[in-house]
Every structure is written in C-alpha cells, then in structure tokens.
Write a protein that binds this ligand. Structure first.
Ligand SMILES: [Zn+2]
Length: 300
C-alpha cells in the first residue's frame, strides 16, 4: 500500500532552538463557561476565569504566594509524614500510596503550615492541598494544624486555616476522626487567649473538615462557588427522602443560610485579610505588636 505522505528529503534536522514548543498546559479552558485563556493570563488572574470568575483549584504553594508578603515565609514540620497504624490496604498498601503520592505531588501530606507576614503583620497559616489524596485529613494533617495553632499562641499571631478537603482519610480511619477533636481543642485554647482565627473554605470543603476546624472560625469565609457540605447530596437526599434545593451546598447558599460571614474573590483575598486583621487587632501594629496585643488580650 502507498503511504499518504512521503518524506522527499532525507535527514532533515531542526536545531533545538528553532523547534516550536507546544508544552502542556499552555491554555486554560474554563470548565464553567468554556472560555479559553492563555495560562500566563490565567495565572496573572490568580487562576480565576477572566469571563465568569470561576475559581480554579489551587494549592498551598499558590495561597502562600498570594498571602505572605513577597512570598516570604518559614514552613513548619516540613518533613512530617504519615505512618501506617492500621496496616491498611485498599487497591494498594497505604505506605505505597503515600510514597507514590509524595513523588507525584512533591508534597509530604495534605497540609502545609507556615508563618510570616501579611500586610506587614505576623500571621500563621495552614493550607490544605487537594492534590494529596483528596486533601484528606489524617494524623499528619491534624498534628501539623495543632502545632501551627500552638505556634500562633506562643507568638501571639492570628491563625488562618485554608481548607480544601474531601474529609477524613479512610486509610487512617479512627485516627483521622481523632484529629477533629484535637484541632478543635487547640482552637478553643486559641480563642481563650483572644487570638483571632480566620477560616477560609475553598472548593471543596466537606466531611470531617467541615464538621471540625473549617466551621470554627471567628470569621468563616469562602471563595465564590466553593462546594461546602458535610455529606454528599446523594446521601442526604436518600436520608431525608426529599429533593434538594438548587445550588445546595454552594458557598452562596451556605452564606444565605447564615453559616458564612462573607464570600471573598481570590483577587481581593489578601487585601480583605489585611483589612480584617487591622480591624480586629488594631493595637498590634509593626514590630512591637506582640506586647500591645497581650495588653489588649489581658484587659478584655
Ligand atoms: Zn469561566
């Protein structure tokens, strides 16, 4: 059979520098309105759609870059990684899944914690990564959050939690559920010591995370369109035997029903955070802030 195309000249070689590159991920197609933008433009827009403002999922790397001044921060417990207390095996043994996920994502677990400055003010931030086993909450997530809260208490900084999670990590079963109690207890101490806790719920925030630290903020805020809920819609529908209202479990619905303080566009997130902290911690300006905050806390 004749080939359709025949190479007439033999041995054509294109020098590397003349090759046209079409790398993966050069374009972003919005899953909502299907608008296509260049990845450069999409990144510049903090990964929100230029047309419909759809908020694309981002991870701790991006949130830290948005929130910490000049992307400068000190990460805590960087190397902490989960054990396998239950010898858990699903489609593969848990330690194997851990190793593969770490290699694939470059992350050690589903949360990263760090401290630094935001708008010139000290802050401690914990941010979940959905890329790591669906942002599931296991022992490492709970322990790192608990330690980050301790850091905030020790240095008297506000604490911010950015949640993005499918819920508890099934491979750690009961150990995962204990993290709900542990983090909640630490947050109670933070509150007793009059330090603010800001909880940002991003797409998706569900299960045990919603049922614990995500909803315990002095301010519970969310990104537009984020899925927020405890159980999935199907489970609820079967349980209550009724059809669910439209837009059920969206950030907007949750706000309307009084469970959120406000919804914040990612492009305004840092300014809103800085303004909010200035309002609730007015005495903690500049470097001598620590002493002043302590005074405020004691006198109130
Ligand atoms: Zn869009």
């Amino acid at each position: 059979m004749m080939p359709w195309f025949k190479r007439v000249e033999k041995g054509i070689i294109t020098p590397t520098e003349e090759k046209k590159e079409t790398p993966d991920g050069l374009w972003f197609k919005c899953p909502d309105c299907k608008t296509v933008t260049s990845m450069t433009e999409h990144r510049k827009n903090l990964r929100t759609c230029v047309k419909c403002n759809y908020h694309d999922r981002i991870g701790s790397k991006e949130y830290f870059a948005i929130l910490f001044d000049d992307n400068k921060f000190t990460e805590m417990d960087e190397e902490m990684s989960s054990g396998d207390p239950l010898d858990f095996v699903d489609s593969k043994p848990y330690p194997q899944r851990t190793a593969e996920t770490q290699r694939k994502t470059g992350l050690k677990d589903a949360v990263r914690t760090a401290y630094g400055k935001s708008g010139g003010r000290d802050i401690t931030i914990a941010c979940m990564d959905f890329a790591y086993i669906g942002g599931s909450m296991g022992s490492v997530v709970g322990e790192k959050i608990a330690r980050a809260i301790d850091h905030a208490r020790k240095h008297r900084t506000p604490f911010m939690m950015i949640s993005k999670s499918g819920g508890a990590r099934m491979m750690e079963a009961g150990f995962s559920l204990m993290q709900m109690a542990k983090t909640s207890a630490k947050l109670a101490l933070l509150s007793e010591e009059k330090l603010p806790y800001i909880s940002l719920l991003t797409d998706p925030t569900t299960g045990g995370v919603t049922a614990s630290y995500a909803m315990l903020g002095d301010f519970n805020i969310a990104e537009p369109g984020a899925l927020i809920g405890f159980a999935g819609p199907r489970v609820i529908k079967e349980t209550i035997g009724k059809d669910l209202p439209k837009g059920f479990q969206s950030a907007e619905f949750v706000l309307e029903h009084g469970f959120l303080d406000f919804i914040v566009d990612r492009k305004e997130l840092k300014q809103r955070l800085v303004d909010l902290l200035a309002m609730i911690m007015p005495a903690s300006e500049e470097s001598n802030g620590t002493a002043k905050v302590q005074k405020v806390a004691k006198s109130s």
